[in-house]
Design a protein around this ligand. Structure first.
Ligand SMILES: Nc1ncnc2c1ncn2[C@@H]1O[C@H](COP(=O)(O)OP(=O)(O)OP(=O)(O)O)[C@@H](O)[C@H]1O
Ligand SMILES: [Mg+2]
Length: 258
């Protein structure tokens, strides 16, 4: 077991966002977290990296209770957990190389690694991570605004991969993308997870992506877990909300994939 939520409750003022939520993610697994807008999906990810603290319960990452860690402990958790957001958020004033290597030059990274990387090591890593997302070294000196949106997303993923996280936490990686780029991002999630043996949590609205990519799917609704299971288990669910989520998606699939 690598990441676990144990009876986590979180309120914002009078509003309960997570109500006694417990689940775990196995090493190497791809877990999709689905739910309507405002159901606490992003809040769940933020608890994993200690940006938010629960009112009660515990979040365990690699055996460490995130809620009890000091700043150095949290820096270590954040090195182990790479976050990928909906928008690439690259710095336009920096080159691709500077963007990808950004996280390797911070004092926090040097502290968790217990040394600083040489410029040659940083360069080799940047090239290696770009290759993982199918981009070549000829892009290193380009600026983000010279690249297509899909390429910017890849560069941003390479930046997340640079510190070599064990966990990848994606927050709506395909929301707002065209179908071709959506497929490419899904393929990358699968490929990276298998090749690098990372454990992934993907927050999404997109049941179609989840059915294609997930090992297990967790559906949050009204502060609770409405369903949590493998793809075949979710497909068989009789929960009305899940049937709703599924009906449009399955109708678009060829009969043999339903
Ligand atoms: N720091 C905060 N302070 C107060 N309320 C917050 C905070 N962060 C989130 N919330 C509230 O918690 C609820 C869940 O937010 P969250 O961002 O997790 O939703 P979500 O499931 O990710 O939705 P979406 O699909 O729209 O991204 C929302 O009602 C939101 O307004
Ligand atoms: Mg969100």
């Amino acid at each position: 077991m690598s990441i676990a939520f144990w009876e986590v409750t979180k309120n914002f003022g009078p509003k309960r966002i997570l109500d006694n939520v417990s689940f775990d993610v196995a090493t190497g697994e791809i877990l999709f977290i689905l739910g309507k807008s405002g159901m606490g999906k992003s809040v769940t990810l933020k608890h994993i990296v200690g940006v938010l603290k629960p009112d009660s319960g515990a979040i365990i990452v690699d055996g460490m209770n995130v809620t009890k860690l000091d700043e150095d402990g949290l820096a270590e958790i954040r090195r182990r957990c790479g976050m990928v957001f909906q928008h690439p958020a690259l710095l336009d004033s920096l080159t691709v190389y500077q963007n990808v290597s950004f996280g390797l030059r911070t004092p926090q990274f040097a502290r968790t690694l217990r040394r600083t990387l040489s410029e040659e090591e940083i360069r080799a890593r940047a090239i290696e991570k770009l290759a993982l997302v199918h981009l070549g070294p000829e892009l290193l000196e380009r600026r983000p605004q010279e690249l297509s949106y899909g390429m910017q997303k890849r560069v941003s993923l390479a930046r997340t991969l640079a510190p070599e996280p064990r966990y990848l936490l994606f927050d709506e990686p395909t929301t707002g993308l065209d179908p071709v780029t959506t497929n490419a991002v899904n393929d990358l999630i699968l490929e990276l997870s298998r090749k690098l043996k990372v454990t992934s949590i993907v927050v999404s609205h997109d049941m179609a992506c989840a059915l294609k990519v997930a090992d297990r799917i967790l559906v949050l609704d009204q502060a609770r877990i409405l369903a949590w299971g493998t793809v075949p288990e979710i497909k068989r669910s009789q929960e009305p909300l899940i049937r709703d989520f599924l009906s449009e998606t399955l109708a678009l699939l060829p009969p043999e994939e339903r």
